[in-house]
Design a protein around this ligand. Structure first.
Ligand code: 76R
Length: 283
């Protein structure tokens, strides 16, 4: 028999929808229909859990694909997935499979979000770094070996950073916070009518705060203009909820968020091993 997942991960009958750069990201949130689940016998329940477990393993074994699973901390949802994979056809096929994995009508979608990983518009340019930092701050002289070495270091750092923005590897940290956001477009507070220079300046303030959480918060910012209701998906990973609350609160005072940010609903999830997750969800 042919392997159904192998044909899903490279659907031969479809045109692939791999972005020019980056990966597709789907955030999926479900509520469990316990009335429906209670109609299952013990063997059906066991088989349903085996099916989901196998599907998760097969998705995780797919090239360039990550799947995070989480128990959601409040009744907004029970179970959440974060799926990263290049091809939207694959993401779509996996999403349908996940939704049905415990049987029809057990996992009811309550919220979802489609976005793509993206590079930042505000990454410092080589020219600006050379002029402002290397020459301006450090007093290096263009063309000298010291200058070239420092520029080489900058190039390596930016290449590493851009690679992570486009092709992140998400750690198994226990807390995941997800919310969608947009930049405001009203009256005097229209982010999109600011010049690139003004936005760059404001984003420097944002990044300055963000960097103080380095090692404690991992942010994955994915773009969703034209793809979903808001303009970005914000996925924050942390080792505890204290750090999530601290960064989101502190960001609120920064002009980029204070003046220009609009937020959607917040979801807090806990990454758990599958067997623990099943028990947690009373399955
Ligand atoms: O990625 C980087 O490290 C470079 C600097 C940076 C950019 C370009 C950065 C740093 N962010 C960038 C872009 Mn961010 N970020 C958010 C939120 O709740 C809120 O108020 C806002 C939600 C948080 C908590 C956060 C955290 N960031 C963006 C963008 C795209 C804007 C655009 O393109 O116009 C959004 C929507 C956004 C939102 N930011 C950081 C963080 C953290 C923790 C960092 C530091 C990352 C690190 O250096 O480790």
């Amino acid at each position: 028999m042919s392997d159904p997942i192998a044909s899903i991960s490279s659907p031969p009958e479809t045109v692939s929808l791999v972005p020019k750069e980056g990966w597709h990201v789907l955030h999926l949130f479900y509520q469990i229909d316990h009335t429906q689940w209670s109609c299952y016998g013990d063997e059906e329940k066991r088989q349903a859990k085996v099916d989901l477990t196998e599907l998760v393993h097969e998705i995780r074994a797919t090239a360039d694909t990550q799947l995070l699973m989480m128990a959601i901390a409040s009744p907004k949802a029970d179970l959440g997935f974060v799926l990263l994979t290049p091809d939207l056809q694959t993401a779509n096929a996996f999403e349908k499979q996940l939704t049905l994995s415990l049987g029809p009508d057990i996992l009811n979608p309550v919220y979802s979000y489609l976005s793509v990983t993206e590079r930042s518009e505000y990454t410092p340019t080589r020219e600006a770094h050379a002029a402002d930092v290397l020459i301006g701050e450090k007093g290096l002289v263009e063309g000298t070996p010291e200058f070239e070495a420092a520029l080489g270091e900058f190039d390596a750092r930016i290449a590493h950073y851009t690679k992570f923005r486009l092709y992140p590897t998400l750690p198994d940290w226990p807390v995941i916070c997800f919310y969608p956001m947009s930049k405001r477009r009203s009256g005097a507070d229209n982010w999109y009518s600011l010049s690139l220079q003004e936005r760059r300046h404001l984003m420097e303030g944002h990044a300055r705060i963000g960097r103080t959480y380095s090692g404690r918060i991992l942010q994955m910012i994915t773009g969703s203009s034209g793809l979903d209701e808001y303009e970005w998906g914000v996925t924050l990973l942390a080792r505890d909820t204290f750090e999530i609350k601290a960064i989101v609160y502190e960001m609120r005072y920064d002009e980029v968020s204070a003046r220009y940010a609009e937020f959607g609903d917040f979801y807090i999830g806990m990454q758990l091993p599958l067997d623990v997750l099943f028990r947690r969800l009373c399955l």
